[in-house]
Design a protein around this ligand. Structure first.
Ligand code: MLT
Length: 271
């Protein structure tokens, strides 16, 4: 698995591509969670759904992508969606199924606002459509202070037990991989993402009007965006199905790639 790099204007967008340049395949874009990178999609990149090409960008500042330019609007999650639009345009991909895990889901919803024509179908994975609560914003502020105090490893240490479900944690084999991905991320990227997540708008109205099919996936043991959040999203979307992945936490695509893949393939095969 090698990172590819695209330079467009003042942006460098790094990404993984399971079949570079193969225009005969349909495209599934996967957007990663916080505070990870596109490396979390190794299982899906190694074994893409049959007939599909998986493209997984590093969101701005993460992995190999350059730091986000501050837009006139300040810190806006739509900046992240802009990079995805740029990448797909440069790769000559007019439409794609867009899937996002947690923060990646917030970006998928931003993409729906910013460039709805690009989205052929939506896969919302361990995420939510609502904005941060007051309490959530207070935790973000505490996390910003923690990044200043302890760096990214402190955030990783506190988040790891919540990112992985108890079943995965007991098995113990995935923790080192997730920790390694987290500590590779620069503090500036983590700060930028925290600010964007705490300022993100509510997207539930976009779901009510969603005109494309959607699959909502959630790990049964997800402690960050619990099953109830996914049920709420699926119930608002006119054409949605809900898949609960047994024995998985917040990183269901990484924790249970086989079960996750089965539900994803079943959905994609109906498009
Ligand atoms: C994520 O996994 O991307 C984050 O937990 C999302 C969040 O903190 O809202």
């Amino acid at each position: 698995m090698h990172r590819q790099y695209l330079h467009a204007g003042d942006r460098t967008v790094a990404y993984f591509d399971s079949a570079p340049g193969d225009a005969s395949l349909k495209v599934l874009v996967l957007l990663h969670a916080f505070p990870l990178s596109a490396a979390m999609f190794e299982p899906q990149l190694r074994q893409p759904p049959p007939g599909w090409r998986v493209i997984a960008p590093d969101l701005p500042g993460f992995g190999g992508s350059s730091e986000p330019a501050e837009s006139d609007r300040g810190t806006d999650i739509d900046d992240y969606a802009a990079d995805v639009v740029t990448l797909l345009a440069e790769l000559g991909v007019p439409r794609a199924v867009v899937g996002g895990v947690s923060m990646g889901g917030y970006v998928a919803l931003a993409l729906l606002r910013r460039a709805p024509d690009v989205v052929r179908a939506l896969v919302l994975i361990d995420t939510r459509a609502t904005a941060d609560t007051q309490e959530g914003r207070a935790s973000r502020r505490a996390m910003l202070a923690q990044v200043d105090r302890e760096g990214v490893s402190g955030v990783g240490r506190d988040m790891l037990p919540k990112l992985l479900g108890p079943t995965t944690r007991e098995a113990g084999d995935l923790e080192p991989t997730v920790r390694r991905i987290i500590i590779q991320q620069p503090a500036s990227a983590v700060r930028g993402a925290i600010r964007r997540m705490m300022d993100r708008p509510d997207s539930t109205r976009e779901l009510d009007a969603l005109a494309v099919p959607a699959l909502v996936i959630v790990g049964e043991e997800d402690a960050i965006t619990p099953v109830a959040d996914s049920e709420a999203m699926a119930s608002r979307i006119p054409a949605a199905e809900l898949a609960v992945i047994p024995r998985a936490g917040h990183l269901s695509s990484l924790e249970r790639p086989e079960a996750f893949g089965e539900r994803l393939v079943a959905f994609l095969s109906r498009l």
